[in-house]
Ligand binder design. Structure first.
Ligand SMILES: NC(=O)C1=CN([C@@H]2O[C@H](COP(=O)(O)OP(=O)(O)OC[C@H]3O[C@@H](n4cnc5c(N)ncnc54)[C@H](OP(=O)(O)O)[C@@H]3O)[C@@H](O)[C@H]2O)C=CC1
Ligand SMILES: O=C(O)[C@@H]1CCC=N1
Length: 255
């Protein structure tokens, strides 16, 4: 059995991605928060719901999806049942050092998933404490693999990786929304505008993934000499698109 403490936006997305992609719901135990959010998810997905962290005693690994404000109390409660368990926290401020200090008998890791885990297309960065064996890392991969890619990085890179992959679904959604607004401004109906923008983002991502060319060269393939695309690219640059994206990442990084 595997466990989750906290099934909000990201915890719930990982649980959904696991189950929708074939992980047995009967093998998942979840301790939710105060609202009925987790109960609603449980009715939809069929995992086991428990009321107390202690009820996760026989469960391993345990994933933590609570926010920063709830982390300390969760770790305090978890400590007595954490011996030799694999504990993977998604919480932003759950550094390996903090987890290690709070759960000295456990094997801890800090991971930052992104919301596409929900459809098995996630990109999750993870930093393991040195206690993790290669076999235990494989165990985590065998679970998170249901939700997409899992990439191990040193903790010095986990924050920026989490911003580039974890915050940016919101940035891309904003771009898609803006593109759809522009389509509507020029006469498309909203549904067709969204279908076109989303289909384009999906197709362009697939092309970038499968192509030998990097995105800069792929852009060059779209910009016909004297054509409409290069005029659009020039307008994006004039209005600071590239810099706006870099500044968004700076801001998310706290700069
Ligand atoms: N959203 C994202 O895309 C990502 C978020 N993160 C990080 O994950 C953390 C959570 O973010 P997010 O999912 O967006 O936040 P949410 O507020 O959506 O989810 C947090 C969940 O934790 C639950 N919770 C709070 N206290 C407890 C408790 N004692 N026991 C069990 N469950 C509890 C809450 O339940 P209830 O509301 O029912 O009380 C809530 O559902 C943050 O630190 C964030 O930085 C990391 C990667 C991506
Ligand atoms: O907004 C946040 O803090 C979290 C971290 C990555 C995505 N969402």
């Amino acid at each position: 059995m595997i466990g989750f403490i906290g099934a909000g936006s990201i915890g719930g997305a990982v649980i959904t991605g696991l189950i929708k992609n074939g992980y047995d719901a009967k093998e998942i135990v979840v301790k939710g928060g105060k609202s009925n959010r987790t109960k609603a998810l449980q009715e939809h997905l069929g995992f086991k719901l428990v009321q107390k962290i202690k009820q996760l005693e026989d469960v391993n690994p345990i994933f933590i999806g609570v926010g920063a404000n709830a982390l300390d109390s969760v770790l305090l409660e978890l400590k007595s049942i954490s011996k030799d368990k694999l504990i993977i926290a998604f919480t932003g401020n759950a550094t390996v050092a903090k987890l290690r200090q709070s759960l000295p008998d456990a094997k801890v890791a800090h991971a930052i998933p992104n919301t596409p885990v929900k459809v098995g297309a996630g990109f999750t960065g993870i930093t393991y404490s040195e206690k993790f064996t290669e076999q235990e890392k494989k165990q985590v991969i065998s679970i998170m693999g249901y939700t997409g890619q899992l990439v191990e990085v040193p903790e010095t890179q986990l924050g920026i990786l989490g911003t580039v992959a974890g915050c940016s679904p919101a940035f891309l959604d904003l771009f898609i929304e803006a593109l759809s607004d522009a389509g509507v401004k020029h006469g498309l109906n909203r549904k067709l505008a969204y279908d076109a923008a989303i289909g384009m983002a999906l197709g362009s991502s697939k092309l970038a993934l499968q192509s030998d060319l990097n995105p800069s060269a792929l852009k060059d393939e779209v910009t016909s000499p004297g054509g409409s695309t290069i005029k659009g690219v020039a307008a994006l640059e004039e209005y600071g698109f590239r810099n706006a994206v870099i500044k968004a990442v700076d801001a998310a990084e706290g700069e």
